[in-house]
Design a protein around this ligand. Structure first.
Ligand SMILES: [Fe+2]
Length: 464
């Protein structure tokens, strides 16, 4: 149990330690002076991203060097013959230019349209006088059908060294998952030249999994960079890596959107924008009311970065509770997937903030972490969360069926750490069944002296 004294001491020193984390320079396996992630003739950073109608549309994004000036992809129904090129159709797209720490790159986007639902397709993307390998993806089924999603909290630090094993374990556990949700702080976004190496590592870690499973990504505070004056700005890598559905507010095109996938509405909100700019909060809140109020799906999942109910020491986001929690309650949101706190917490927070109300109908709030940076849980977390963890890399597997959501949080080694079901009853009410293992909450195991609110500073694990 977290003591009051521990909370006070860590709260006093928290700003000091956060400053020291931001100053960390080495956050990748790329030594200073080495170049690993410059764009080449060969397509890389190939990622499938959400579309508004994934039964009929699929977007693919990739990167090449600047000599590739035309975005071209080929798609065919997947067959067992290798002669895919004979049946493939060539589809043009659009190209964006970005000069980043690894030099100039062209970022390409193609959306395959008029696809058939529940169909396995093969595609490849164009480089300079070459192609990528063929990848498979399956379009969503029409209407409601069961499916599986994977959810990750912050990867953020030392991504190749430490997040790679987590996404591989997740894919091995749920190899037919159709959606991957990333709840922000995919990278650390240090403002120096190493920043593009972090994105290189994120795509390296996900590798072909990103090219097969649709990504739903929402930005965190680390995808926003401080400016000399005014609010933080979204890093330029975000919109060129992730072309998302253009069904959000015009001001927040690549970060606020929704996707309906086989009876589940996935909604991405931009909590960094909401918390740093009252107008952006208002814009999102109005938009959210619309997409929650006009929602024919069986289940609703919302993802954003900053927790509604903080798990870690010294953190609180009351403006989210003022603006978004009432809408989640009013429109019966089922799951809220968050990050930011570098701990694990799961609770069905009712309006009073008390946990242990299993059997109620409130949204289930989850905070998780997939990367190596680890914080300490805060004093109030046990009041709002039914399961907690420090010092644990995790992934979550979520299975949606018509009357049940089956949720499992597993550790980096695949061990079941938390689980619950949400049941939809005949009268349309909901019931939560807690299935967490009967094991103690994991606590920080750092054998050296902890630093303020930190158990492990993520970039200290590079070990170069
Ligand atoms: Fe964060």
């Amino acid at each position: 149990m977290v003591t009051k004294a521990r909370y006070i001491v860590f709260s006093i020193f928290l700003p000091l330690f956060l400053t020291s984390f931001n100053a960390a320079a080495q956050n990748t396996l790329v030594p200073v002076g080495e170049i690993k992630y410059a764009a080449t003739a060969f397509p890389d950073r190939i990622v499938l991203t959400a579309t508004e109608d994934p039964a009929r549309n699929q977007t693919v994004n990739w990167r090449t060097r600047g000599s590739v000036t035309e975005a071209l992809a080929q798609i065919s129904k997947a067959t067992d013959t290798p002669a895919l090129h004979l049946t493939a159709e060539t589809i043009p797209g659009r190209t964006q230019v970005l000069e980043a720490g690894n030099g100039l790159a062209h970022h390409h986007h193609v959306t395959f349209n008029n696809l058939e639902p529940d169909t396995l397709y093969a595609y490849r993307v164009r480089g300079d006088n070459t192609w990528s390998e063929w990848f498979h993806f399956r379009t969503a089924k029409s209407g409601f059908e069961p499916h599986t999603a994977i959810y990750f909290g912050d990867a953020q630090n030392a991504v190749k060294a430490h997040f790679s094993r987590v996404i591989r374990e997740a894919f091995s556990t749920a190899p037919r998952a159709q959606v991957m949700v990333h709840a922000g702080d995919l990278v650390n976004s240090s403002s120096d030249a190493n920043h593009d190496d972090e994105w290189g590592e994120w795509f390296d870690a996900g590798s072909f999994i990103n090219s097969m499973v649709t990504t739903v990504a929402t930005p965190g505070n680390h995808e926003y960079l401080a400016q000399p004056s005014g609010p933080r700005k979204l890093v330029p890598q975000w919109p060129v890596h992730f072309a998302m559905p253009s069904n959000g507010p015009a001001e927040l095109g690549s970060t606020v959107y929704f996707m309906d996938y086989q009876g589940v509405r996935y909604i991405s909100l931009d909590s960094q924008q909401a918390l740093q700019d009252a107008a952006m909060m208002q814009i999102q809140t109005s938009w959210l009311r619309g997409v929650l109020g006009n929602n024919p799906n069986n289940w609703t999942v919302v993802t954003y970065h900053h927790p509604m109910f903080s798990v870690s020491l010294g953190r609180d986001n009351p403006r989210l509770r003022e603006s978004w929690q009432p809408l989640f309650d009013e429109f019966n949101v089922d799951l809220v997937l968050q990050g930011h706190d570098h701990t694990y917490g799961r609770g069905e927070n009712v309006a009073t903030g008390a946990s242990g109300q299993l059997g109620g109908a409130g949204p289930m709030y989850v905070v998780s972490v997939s990367g190596p940076k680890m914080y300490m849980i805060g004093e109030s977390a046990p009041e709002t969360m039914d399961r907690l963890a420090e010092d644990t890399q995790l992934f979550q597997i979520i299975q949606f069926s018509e009357s049940r959501v089956v949720y499992e949080a597993r550790t980096a080694t695949g061990e079941l750490y938390d689980a619950f079901d949400i049941e939809r009853l005949a009268d349309k009410s909901k019931r939560v069944v807690d299935r967490r293992p009967d094991t103690p909450d994991r606590l920080c195991g750092n054998p050296e002296e902890r630093t303020g609110s930190s158990c492990w500073g993520g970039s200290s694990h590079i070990g170069l």
